[in-house]
Design a protein around this ligand. Structure first.
Ligand code: SF4
Ligand code: SF4
Length: 93
């Protein structure tokens, strides 16, 4: 698997927020920090982010796998990823 770049371009393309596994409670919890991160110019040094899970590690909140829409995401296609559920397992499964 290619290493996905931790970039704002990729962050904008990530569709995890629209995913059924990313429940409202987790979105609400992540929102303040995610908003602050989106305002940052450079995210390449960040250790964790609640989104763009294929570039970062797994989620601190999402545990239930109720569908993964990664395969329809541009980041997925551009990086030729072949796994799913990057939010429940670092590196995907
Ligand atoms: S492949 Fe999945 S985790 Fe990676 S950016 Fe796309 S939706 Fe987000
Ligand atoms: S990694 Fe897949 S399952 Fe997890 S939130 Fe993103 S699209 Fe949904």
């Amino acid at each position: 698997m290619n290493k996905v770049e931790k970039s704002k371009e990729n962050l904008k393309k990530c569709i995890c927020m629209k995913c059924p596994s990313y429940k409202l409670g987790c979105k609400m919890k992540a929102m303040p920090k995610n908003m602050m991160t989106m305002l940052k110019g450079n995210i390449s040094e960040l250790n964790h982010f609640e989104g763009l899970f294929c570039a970062f590690d797994k989620s601190n909140c999402i545990t239930e796998e109720t569908g993964c829409i990664c395969s329809t995401c541009d980041v997925y296609k551009e990086n030729k990823l072949d796994k799913l559920y990057f939010c429940t397992q670092t590196g995907g499964k």
